[in-house]
Design a protein around this ligand. Structure first.
Ligand code: PMV
Length: 327
């Protein structure tokens, strides 16, 4: 049976960095994210008798061996549970520009999880889907849900409690976000390698772990109160703390380029001039600007003419992952 799922990307407001178990992909700290309406992955999975190996079509082209193997290995989880060995045809497409340097692993693995679960005719709860998606990519666990989402680091050694859960639905608080693309070059160090190097070498790693819960607690409160200033301040703080931590690895990891820094300063200057917006940055050089409801257009008009910006995406808060071809 062929099933197609859509899952939206998400951006962490309180960041995850570091794993408590590398093999099971268990995060060392919790995180809180917003699911993004304008960015999604659509993936169909069909388990077939006639395939010798898994086939992955990515944005219309046959994917590389490595990508196909990663997806195929992930599907073993579903084949095992369903009790068959049929190979799959996976067709996946991102609606956002590929090569824009935006992490597509969150929406990608969330969509693959949901489509594979349904195609294998398995019955998984949302929490179990989140747990499965996490095995593909840590942040994918959050893209199973819409709106504001919290991911727990969990305590169980098998990872059954390292899952995301919804805090508030998409319409709870219509924040907006600008995504400023500063470079389309492939990043030098991926998030998993970066996290593992940080955990092994940074003298600040323990402090990062020890202070994570306090940030999560403050962010939960800011979201519960719909307090934009608090949310923005904590998000910027968590972002800079994560990047400071990565920079303190040996050798130091730097995800920003010159334009990232220019935009950080520009967002702070906007606030000085009375326009409230805050930045956050993941493991790459793109700047995401958190804007209050209805505020993105104005913030954009102040930033879009800065030299060197490749493109800008504007988004609101998006829904949970869903199946599109249920008849
Ligand atoms: O999903 P991963 O394992 O690639 O890690 C994502 C890490 C950050 O995007 C930097 C932070 C986060 O919580 O999403």
């Amino acid at each position: 049976m062929k099933k197609t799922a859509i899952a939206h990307a998400n951006i962490a407001l309180v960041k995850y960095w570091g794993k408590r178990d590398i093999a099971l992909n268990l995060p060392a700290v919790g995180s809180i994210s917003m699911t993004l309406k304008a960015l999604f992955t659509e993936t169909s999975v069909e388990f077939r008798e006639d395939l010798e190996q898994d086939l992955l079509i990515l944005n219309g082209d046959k994917a590389s061996e490595t990508q196909a193997r990663r997806a195929g290995q992930f599907l073993e989880l579903f084949r095992e549970e369903a009790g068959h060995q049929r190979k799959a045809k996976i067709v996946t497409r991102n609606n956002f520009p590929t090569g824009a340097g935006l992490a597509s692993s969150a929406s990608g693995f969330a969509a693959l999880t949901l489509a594979a679960s349904k195609a294998a005719q398995l019955t998984h709860s949302p929490a179990r889907l989140s747990e499965l998606a996490r095995l593909g990519s840590g942040s994918a666990a959050r893209s199973i849900f819409g709106g504001f989402v919290e991911m727990d680091h969990g305590k169980n050694s098998n990872g059954s409690d390292s899952v995301a859960r919804p805090m508030h639905p998409a319409d709870y608080w219509p924040l907006e976000m600008l995504i400023l693309i500063t470079s389309e070059a492939e990043k030098e160090i991926g998030s998993t390698a970066g996290m593992n190097l940080t955990a092994e070498t940074s003298p600040y790693y323990k402090a990062w772990i020890d202070t994570a819960e306090a940030d999560l607690k403050r962010m939960r409160q800011a979201i519960d109160d719909r307090n934009f200033t608090r949310l923005g301040e904590i998000a910027e703080y968590s972002c800079l703390k994560m990047h400071g931590l990565a920079m303190s690895a040996d050798p130091g990891i730097l995800y920003w380029n010159g334009l990232s820094m220019t935009l950080i300063q520009a967002v702070r200057k906007l606030r000085k001039n009375g326009i409230e917006a805050y930045f956050t940055i993941d493991a790459g050089p793109q700047i995401k600007v958190i804007c209050p409801p209805g505020g993105a257009a104005k913030v954009r008009s102040h930033l879009e003419n800065i030299d060197g910006i490749r493109s800008i995406l504007t988004t609101g808060i998006g829904p949970a992952a869903y199946i599109v071809d249920d008849e």
